[in-house]
Design a protein around this ligand. Structure first.
Ligand code: BES
Ligand code: ZN
Length: 621
């Protein structure tokens, strides 16, 4: 009880100080909003999900807090919204007020300026989203597991909340919310908030999010969504066809929560449920609070890809509790989360697996760094003027993770754990930018261990491109074995049948495929496929690695499987590298164009945008 009161106090204090602390940060380039003068503290949503028109329609009510008493407008972010009416509330009555919707900027959308009388304490906007909303995907029944009912979901990170909510769309700011949502009674809406697992037959649901969150974490979905409880704090929401498989695959989620609490302090969001989406979901997962959104492509049957759940859960500390103040600081979300993810995997599945996952990620990063523009290999990346989606890479994730591993190595695990736990506690429900983090690190870690890490080493990690020479280089004995087997086979010392693949995990398979030499012959690839049936692998990561290698080697025998894969999956990480590799080779342009013609309408607007740009670039070559 005492603990609960203290954390409520901490919450209250951090909410109070939030507005002022926001001022110390660099202005978030990706918002038009005047959040440094006035902020929304709470929103109430009254929304209808209209599958016929592919629109969300209704109203949003903002409770306001002025940070500057002279402010006479509320500026909100929008993109492709129709604004019908704006009103203000003075404590007694609502009155109409004027607004201006500016023309559309291709990155930021349209600035919505609402006139604010001195007496206004709330603003209400009536609006609807459009079918092309960048943050929503509307699926036809054929794109779902059940094939009978439609489905929709939101993906607001990084700057897509504004395509379905007129809001101050910056992670420097936090709101609590309540919502009333209606939809067709045959479907069930759900939000990343307090959910009542009961299905209401009237199609009218209410939600409450009592913890203050940045707007990119507001999330909604609707479909034939059923419920299965897994443990005291965890449950699956999904189409009924996937419910059991998901509950089996993710049954260790409760153990993951407990392992994380032991290392980094209490889970502050009550329940942690998973919403399994259809395969067009453009990400592996999205850490929407209390209810992570998850791709079904990780349900492998053997828990081999559940690091994704560890990752999204880890965001309940790094990201959702302590948030990047701007999108330049994304590494503060994703780098810390990748580090915590791996610590959870070590606790729940053991060191061997955790090290394999580190080594695979480090290898992927090193390959990626060679191709990225130099500036994009910096943790504190410059993305002003750009769409944050265009700067997306493994850098904030794995370079960020390696940086924290470096600090851990230098000061020792026990000291580093203590530091991290205190960092989460002291910044709970707040945002932080890179320079503030560096000051905090300096005071709370470097000063305590002056002989272990220097300020200059930290600066190089955070502000300079590529990987510093002192970067950890994770070594897996299991992978060394795999590597030795590859060598022995290539030099004809052993036959494939002699390689002990029966005991290999998915990770060893991935290492095997990723470390075959570039110059491997087609004949050898065929031998591998004959022996191991890799083209038909039902593990989506293995299939991805194998297809990618075969595209690079121009092996036409995989084409049918490749087409099926690219049409049935919309997860960007799995398909974008395949499109990229195919487009490298001009002679395959028509082939890949043919696949995209069939696949495109099933992809999320974000994935469409990324792949459209690849085709555009290939045409110019
Ligand atoms: N928050 C991210 C997804 C994201 C990042 C969306 C930036 C938009 C902008 C999520 O937590 C994530 O990182 N997902 C990864 C998981 C993986 C690293 C285990 C993914 O989707 O692949
Ligand atoms: Zn993440």
């Amino acid at each position: 009880m005492k603990k609960a009161i203290i954390s409520l106090l901490v919450l209250g204090v951090s909410l109070l100080t939030m507005g002022t602390s926001a001022k110390e940060f660099d202005k978030d380039w990706h918002t038009y909003s005047n959040y440094q003068d006035i902020i929304t503290t709470h929103v109430h949503l009254d929304l209808a999900i209209n599958f016929k028109t592919k629109q969300i329609e209704g109203s949003i009510e903002h409770d306001l807090k002025r940070l500057n008493s002279d402010v006479d407008t509320l500026i909100l972010d929008t993109r492709d919204l129709d604004i019908h009416k704006t009103e203000t509330f003075d404590g007694k009555k609502w009155s109409a007020t004027t607004f201006q919707l500016a023309s559309r900027d291709s990155v930021k959308g349209s600035k919505l300026t609402i006139s604010l009388p001195k007496s206004a304490i709330k603003v209400k906007v009536q609006y609807n989203s459009r079918p092309e909303a960048s943050g929503l995907q509307w699926l036809l029944p054929v794109q779902t597991a059940g094939k009978k009912l439609p489905f929709m979901f939101s993906q607001s990170q990084a700057i897509h909340a504004r395509s379905w909510l007129p809001i101050q769309d910056t992670p420097a700011m936090r709101v609590t919310y309540t919502a009333t949502v209606t939809t067709d009674p045959s479907l069930r809406p759900i939000m990343a908030a307090k959910n009542d697992p009961k299905w209401r037959k009237d199609g009218r649901y209410t939600f409450e999010m009592p913890q203050a969150i940045p707007p990119y974490l507001i999330a909604i979905a609707a479909g034939n969504i059923h419920y299965k409880k897994m443990s005291k704090q965890t449950a699956i929401y999904s189409e009924p066809e996937l419910l059991d498989a998901a509950a089996n695959e993710f049954e260790d989620t409760q153990a993951m929560i407990e392992a994380t609490e032991k290392m980094y302090g209490p889970y502050r969001w009550t329940d942690y449920d998973l919403l399994i989406l259809p395969p067009s979901f453009p990400f592996g997962g999205m850490e929407n609070p209390r209810l992570s959104f998850i791709t079904p492509t990780v349900i492998a049957g053997d828990k081999s890809l559940v690091n994704l759940i560890a990752h999204e859960l880890a965001h309940s500390w790094s990201g959702n509790l302590v948030t990047n103040a701007t999108w330049r600081d994304l590494w503060i979300n994703e780098g810390f989360t990748s580090y915590v993810e791996n610590r959870i995997m070590e606790e729940v599945f053991g060191k061997k697996r955790a090290v394999m996952e580190q080594a695979l990620a480090a290898q992927d990063l090193k390959k990626e760094l060679v191709h990225l523009p130099k500036g994009d290999t910096i943790l504190h990346v410059a993305i002003e003027g750009r769409d944050p989606d265009d700067a997306f890479s493994g850098v904030p994730y794995t370079k960020g993770q390696l940086f924290l591993m470096f600090l851990e190595e230098r000061v020792g695990r026990e000291n580093f754990d203590k530091f991290l736990r205190q960092y989460f506690d002291q910044h709970a429900f707040q945002s932080i930018d890179t320079d503030n983090f560096m000051r905090y690190l300096d005071k709370n870690l470097l000063a305590k261990f002056p002989s272990k890490v220097t300020k200059e080493e930290v600066r190089v990690w955070i502000k300079e491109p590529m990987l510093p020479s002192n970067a950890p280089n994770p070594q897996s004995d299991a992978f060394d074995n795999v590597g030795n087997n590859i060598q022995a086979w290539l030099s004809n010392d052993i036959k494939l049948a002699k390689i002990p693949t029966k005991t290999w995990s998915v990770h060893e398979w991935l290492y095997f495929i990723n470390n075959l030499p570039k110059e491997i012959s087609l004949q050898r690839l065929e031998q591998l496929d004959a022996e191991y049936k890799l083209t038909q692998s039902t593990n989506n990561e293995i299939a991805h690695a194998w297809l990618l290698l075969n595209i690079k080697k121009n092996n036409p025998n995989i084409n049918k499987r490749l087409e099926d894969y690219m049409i049935s999956i919309g997860r960007r990480k799995l398909i974008v590298p395949l499109y990229k590799a195919l487009l490298e080779d001009k002679s395959r342009y028509d082939f890949v164009k043919g696949i995209y013609a069939k696949a495109r309408e099933g992809y999320h607007p974000l994935a469409q945008g990324t792949i459209d740009a690849l085709f555009e670039k290939a045409k110019q070559k």
